[in-house]
Design a protein around this ligand. Sequence first.
Ligand code: SF4
Ligand code: MSK
Length: 645
Amino acid sequence: MSQMAKTIDPASQLMIECAACEGIGLTWDRLEAMQPQCGFGKLGVCCTTCQMGPCRIDPFGTGPSEGVCGATAQTIVARNLARKIAAGCAAHSDHGRTVAEALLLAAENPDSGYKIKDEKKLRVVAEEFGLAVDGKSVEAIAKAVAEACLGEFGKLHGELVMAQRAPEPRKALWRQLGIMPGAIDREVVRLLHQTNMGVDADPTNLLLSGMRCALADGWGGSMMATDLQDILFGSPKPIRTKTNLGVLKAPKVNVIVHGHEPVLSDMLVEASRDPEILAAAAAVGADGIQLAGICCTGNEILMRRGVPSAGSFLHQELALLTGAVEAMIVDVQCCMPGLPRLADHYHTQIITTSPKAKMPGVRHMQFDENRAYEVAKEILLAAIEAFPKREAARVNIPKEEVDLVAGFTAEYVRTLLGGRFRPSYRPLNDAIISGRIRGVAGVVGCENPHLTQGKSHVDMMKELIRNDVLVVSSGCSALAAAREGLLTPEAARIHAGRGLAEVCEAVGMPPILHVGACVDNSRILIACCEMLKEGGLGNDISDLPAAGAAPEWMSEKAITIGFYVVASGIYTIFGEPQPMMGSPEVRDLMCREFEEIVGGRYDFEADAIKAAHMMIEHMDRKRAALKLQPMMYEAAPKELALASA
Ligand code: SF4
Ligand code: MSK
């Protein structure tokens, strides 16, 4: 595979070339060595649930059609998918729990280093939970909110409080289908029970339970993570910063934070400005500390603090190849276990920090929220110690660093569009109703070495905005768009259709709104609710001219996200198929029957331009059903968009 086939990012191409020269293996090399990958696993027809197996069903009908226990392809496929949903929900929701614990700490221990930064949002959430706020101190309210949120994981009775934010018809449907989520932990446990050997064999029942568990993530754990992070670290507002490997600076101590939970990364931002740390950096001859993010913990501090992002998922190895990274601090999720072996070629220290995520032979500096600031300083001092060991001759930092604007929340969009004195979704709804904007697409998710890094994200988003679709993006997808310069207000004039460009230029916003990390997909759900509340676009999320996509997904969390988005009523396209093609019944269920059941459904399409047009056609059908006005303008000519790019 050529460098160009691996990634569209010139900085990544340079680093991949550099790895080849140095004989260092990367994820793409491991993928090649893995060929041919197991077809049974890809199709979802391999079952390892019990020790009578492993069993695999022959998709061509010439081998076994049942496992040893008699499970057919449809049972095995649905059961495997359901287990992945449970795993994704567990990951996001445990993240939410960590933030709730940090909020409790901030309320109880003024020396913890955590402070409540968004008191207004704290009060809104407190009221939503039915907690008394009048006459109470901020700390008392924060304590009550944190305890109420922690209670959501194991409460004995009732529905999730945040799920009550969904529109009434949606909630009624969830209740009727028996998929309104209750306690978050219970949903994960129930699904793992249901998928044990000899429990549920019915694919529809399995995947409806999968939806219930996924909803406990999207309208529970993830939503909680987003809201409590806003309360604790501040609600993001549009902020200009930079991305790509060029944000690393040779004269500085470069520290990369990688993973997902800002309880650590936000504290590292604070500690990196501490005079003691700056003096220690100067003492080893460095010109300060350069903090940069990778993946979603990077997105968290990018959105709130303007800390530049070194890159997305597939940049994690490439960043080390610059030879200029003193430490990569990892917390949880998406951190490749191969990192330490790559770091061994350099002076770089990989430092694990979570008791849930250690790596053999790797320095572990356990993050303790009770003394968060102190631990953050200790970690930075460890990075500074590595600076003198750097080999100057091997430093090779690509020049690419691109401007972007990030930090768009569902709340901020009101102010952005309606103005400070009349914040409202009305201008957005009016733009959609009048045909200036076609609809809204959420393009999210990971990167996957099976595909050219960033290409599907960028192709899809360019095609959507060219056709007057407002795009909201998160996670690694948003970073792919940022590297192409698509997250700037100027990008609207160059790439967007005339209607979308007019709206963007009127308020100075990019045609693609970066809404945060992967847990922040919950912001997209809230934005959908706001559009419905504003009126004129139907009564339920499934009425909206909206669609979702994860063109380069790879994580179990993406499967969970897909299921809660579909269960919320949104048409959703994944690039590679989820592991379910081995059962025509499950494929039909997900790609057709789901629409009749929940109003949303899946499609799987690897061609990003084709997928964008499937989303556009879906929006046009929804527009017709709502009797909205015809689109005002033709799509921007492709040539113009390309020529100006
Ligand atoms: Fe095989 Fe059934 Fe056991 Fe799965 S649960 S491994 S299909 S015997
Ligand atoms: S980091 S889950 S690769 S978006 Fe959230 Fe990126 Fe996907 Fe990890």
